[in-house]
Design a protein around this ligand. Structure first.
Ligand SMILES: NC(=O)c1ccc[n+]([C@@H]2O[C@H](COP(=O)([O-])OP(=O)(O)OC[C@H]3O[C@@H](n4cnc5c(N)ncnc54)[C@H](O)[C@@H]3O)[C@@H](O)[C@H]2O)c1
Length: 267
């Protein structure tokens, strides 16, 4: 990635920050974007203080004008865009088994809030990045999906599962259109990773244990567990890979009985 121009959304925390750090470590010029101003400035400053090339951008991906301004300033500063890690996402909503999370209880505003970031936000970013990369006739887009988009998951909220399922469709569709322009689009689908997602502080021990029981390797992932895959997808070593959804989950999705073991018994 030496000298490559890389954009990471959701770069102020978790997987996005790890992607920014890993790209910088490989010699990329990294543009870090996040709605959380202090966090993204701190993440970029940590990189520049360590001698890497990095810049912070405050951007809410739900706002198409802000996303257009973001990609515009990346091009103004760096002249092109080689890699886009489109990673910003939220959850923080009751699962279908928690109070307020059942289908007949979930407020529409809550549904829309998650869809606005995870799906509409990706659409806005994809539109801008794809437009730039089509003109360049080169570029790589790596989207952070989730194993929750590949199957039903009772421990996760409706809008999260629905948005990540739609994200997977969007990635496949864009890969088809952009292939002839030399632009590749892939997704990573992580299982449970220790990050700040949800924003509710540390998970209760019972919840951690319940998730560990469904992971073949019996541990949660760390952001560094997913960066190597994402960097491979962003590099020429994967030059014949596009439209793929690449699972990194410690074997969690190899276990097919998760749903039946976590669903409550019939009333
Ligand atoms: N942590 C997991 O278990 C897990 C598993 C699978 C997929 N993912 C996905 O990984 C991605 C990164 O999440 P994470 O786990 O690192 O969480 P995180 O909360 O640690 O980081 C997400 C970042 O996105 C930013 N963000 C939120 N809304 C935004 C907006 N509107 N505009 C710009 N930035 C915004 C947040 O401020 C935060 O810095 C998400 O797409 C998430 O769905 C996470």
């Amino acid at each position: 990635m030496d000298g490559q121009i890389v954009l990471v959304t959701g770069a102020g925390s978790g997987i996005g920050q790890a992607l920014a750090n890993a790209s910088a470590g490989k010699g990329a010029v990294v543009h870090l974007a996040d709605v959380a101003a202090d966090a993204v400035r701190k993440a970029a400053a940590e990189l520049t203080d360590a001698g890497y090339a990095a810049a912070a951008h405050v951007c809410d991906v739900t706002d198409p004008d802000a996303v257009r301004a973001l990609t515009g300033s990346v091009i103004d500063a760096s002249g092109r865009l080689d890699v886009a890690f489109l990673n910003a996402g939220i959850n923080g909503v009751p699962s279908m088994l928690q109070p307020g999370g059942a289908i007949d209880e979930l407020p529409f505003e809550v549904w829309r809030r998650v869809l606005a970031v995870n799906l509409d936000g990706l659409f806005h970013c994809l539109q801008q990045c794809a437009g730039i990369m089509k003109e360049q006739h080169a570029g790589n887009i790596v989207v952070t999906a989730s194993t929750a988009g590949l199957r039903a998951e009772p421990r996760v909220s409706y809008p999260y599962v629905a948005s990540k399922s739609a994200v997977i469709g969007l990635v496949r569709q864009a890969a088809l259109e952009l292939a002839r322009f030399g632009v590749r689009v892939n997704a990573i689908a992580p299982g449970p990773v220790v990050t700040n997602i949800g924003g509710n502080g540390p998970r209760p021990a019972s919840s951690v244990a319940a998730w560990e029981d469904s992971i073949a390797m019996r541990r949660w992932g760390h952001p560094s567990d997913v960066t190597a895959l994402a960097l491979l997808l962003a590099s020429d070593d994967s030059s014949w890979m596009t439209g793929g959804i690449h699972v990194v989950d410690g074997g969690a999705s190899a276990l097919s009985q998760i749903t039946s073991t976590t669903l409550p018994a019939p009333d």
